[in-house]
Design a protein around this ligand. Structure first.
Ligand code: ATP
Ligand code: ATP
Ligand code: MG
Ligand code: MG
Ligand code: MG
Ligand code: MG
Ligand code: MG
Length: 275
């Protein structure tokens, strides 16, 4: 086939290998979820079932792509971080983004009935997710990327929580609530929530305020000998070593947490994640 007279068309393909020694983030985002929320009557501001489904799909993606060191999700998006040294798919951007986005989409659709009632089965148009790759050349910038997504989660959640309380409990129309919130800062929204609705924003569930972090945890098994955290630092070279490393990652527990990733505490507690 490759040697036929038609083979030359292959030369029209564009190379898209991502530069070496960069952390690769594949961010997927639900297509048209504003509409999808209405169709399946998602609870506002946060439908817990939908978030649990996102997280369940992400766990399976992390499990099946062993080069993913951490994933961070909020709303209808998830960011999957590939280790800077990954050679998966020769680091080809389209292969990475489409493989992650389609694996995620398949999990999301197949697991839907586990999280939503039988009288709300999926119907066309089925949920889909787009995906893109972004390279970050330094750990510090990768950390800033994750901080950016988590800050976005916080800002949106504070706004949405205030907005939906004004509408659902405060009897305002959507337009009235939107008008009332124009130009307000965080402190104003906290105050509205507290004085009008008796809600202390800091007591809202962590999953809504912080989003979700998914990562391979080596706390209980291999790290105890003091070696686990260093394995990434000195990359395995031989085939058997690589195979051993892959098996170790496949066996690792996948942790799902709603924690702050902007400060240093999480990273200091899990130094092997970005090792
Ligand atoms: P696009 O295709 O451009 O991504 P979109 O409609 O998906 O369009 P987003 O910016 O991705 O736009 O916004 C996602 C929307 O889905 C937001 O309005 C968000 O509040 C809503 N949403 C996502 N997850 C949940 C959830 N668990 N509960 C309630 N609403 C949610
Ligand atoms: P990659 O992940 O790199 O694409 P691959 O194993 O999918 O790896 P392909 O080059 O895409 O490799 O080849 C697909 C394989 O699946 C071929 O061996 C092809 O013969 C086989 N295949 C695909 N469709 C069918 C089918 N309908 N019946 C039988 N075999 C099939
Ligand atoms: Mg979008
Ligand atoms: Mg979306
Ligand atoms: Mg989104
Ligand atoms: Mg192929
Ligand atoms: Mg194939």
């Amino acid at each position: 086939m490759a040697n036929s007279e038609f083979g030359y068309v292959r030369n029209f393909e564009q190379p898209d290998a991502l530069p070496p020694s960069n952390w690769i983030v594949v961010r997927i985002d639900g297509r048209g979820f504003t509409k999808l929320c209405k169709k399946y009557e998602f609870e506002k501001p946060n439908d817990r079932r939908a978030l649990d489904l996102m997280n369940a799909a992400a766990v399976e993606v992390v499990r099946s792509f062993v080069d993913v060191v951490l994933a961070y999700g909020q709303s209808d998006e998830y960011s999957f971080i590939f280790h800077e040294s990954t050679t998966l798919f020769e680091r080809r951007a389209a292969k990475l983004a489409t493989s992650i986005a389609t694996a995620f989409t398949a999990e999301y659709c197949m697991q839907w009935p586990t999280f939503f009632p039988a009288d709300q089965p999926l119907a066309r148009p089925y949920p889909t997710f787009d995906g893109r790759c972004v390279c970050y050349p330094k750990r510090k910038i990768l950390r800033d990327y994750l901080s950016w997504r988590q800050a976005d989660c916080h800002i949106n959640n504070l706004y949405n929580t205030t907005f939906w309380n004004m509408v659902l409990k405060g009897g305002m129309s959507n337009t009235e609530a939107e008008q009332a919130l124009k130009g307000t800062v965080s402190a104003d929204k906290n105050e509205i929530l507290f004085s009008r609705f008796g809600i202390n924003y800091n007591n809202e569930p962590l999953i809504y305020r912080k989003g979700t972090v998914v990562y391979r945890s080596y706390e209980r098994n291999s790290v105890q000998n003091g070696e686990g955290s260093r394995i990434e630092a000195a990359p395995p070279t031989s085939k058997t070593q690589l195979e051993k490393e892959r098996k170790r990652k496949q066996k690792a527990t996948v942790a799902v947490e709603h924690v702050d990733v902007i400060g240093d505490a999480f990273w200091e507690a899990h130094p092997y994640i970005l090792a």
